[in-house]
Design a protein around this ligand. Sequence first.
Ligand code: PLP
Length: 256
Amino acid sequence: MALRREPHVLVVGGSDSSGGAGIARDIETVSAFGLRSCLAITAVTVQTHSAVEHVKLVPSELVAAQMRAAFAANAVAAVKIGMIGTSAAVEAVGAVLVNRQVPVVLDPVLASTSGRNLLADDAINMLRHDLMPICRLVTPNLVELAAFTGSSPAADEEGACRQAEELSRTVRTAVLVKGGHAQGTRCVDVLLQPNQRAVRFEAPRLPRGMRGTGCMMASAVAASLALGASLEASVRQGKQYVLDALAGSKDIGPIS
Ligand code: PLP
């Protein structure tokens, strides 16, 4: 079978009919980095910018089949995982990725901003035990980080770093804790890697909210890794990409 040699980012996640989050955001981010996407859709969601109205999950064997076909058809240089939905899908995704020499960036989506659960409760442990250890980077926000460490959301940067350090040590992978949901005039993300010093990424907090920034950040890091950048440089580029989008210097669609 002919394999397309140009590097692709394999995007594993849900569609969002509003275009505000999910794979629409992922594809536009990957193409902003000059790369092409291939897809494994995990769920079809019906959303407006303020509510998730329906979620239809794709059977886990179909998710795995899409991934295998994407690998068979393209030179996949990185994988970005967003909404997965169920423990069966977590298991299926992990089984396809294990032993593949490709960097995986996991945005461990638990819920929409509007409050709808996007990952079954029984999948949280499986995500941590089975999927995180095979990832290059996991990008939780403060609420997700708390769920994965069995704590309450950290009240300050020091607490967030402590939780991120604990998660990074237990899953033996890099964790980027995103401070976008915290208070304050500065938005600080911190990269924790096993046995390495923490790296802070600080930027002014822009006075506008936008959906899908988590999707964009993880996709931008995956695209940058696909282009051969180091993890730290990729996170720096991802943060800049999201800042530019928030500042309105890119055509990023509706702003809430
Ligand atoms: N819907 C889908 C399909 C997603 O993948 C995500 C986040 O990754 C969301 C909704 C949540 O986005 P938001 O927090 O902007 O509502």
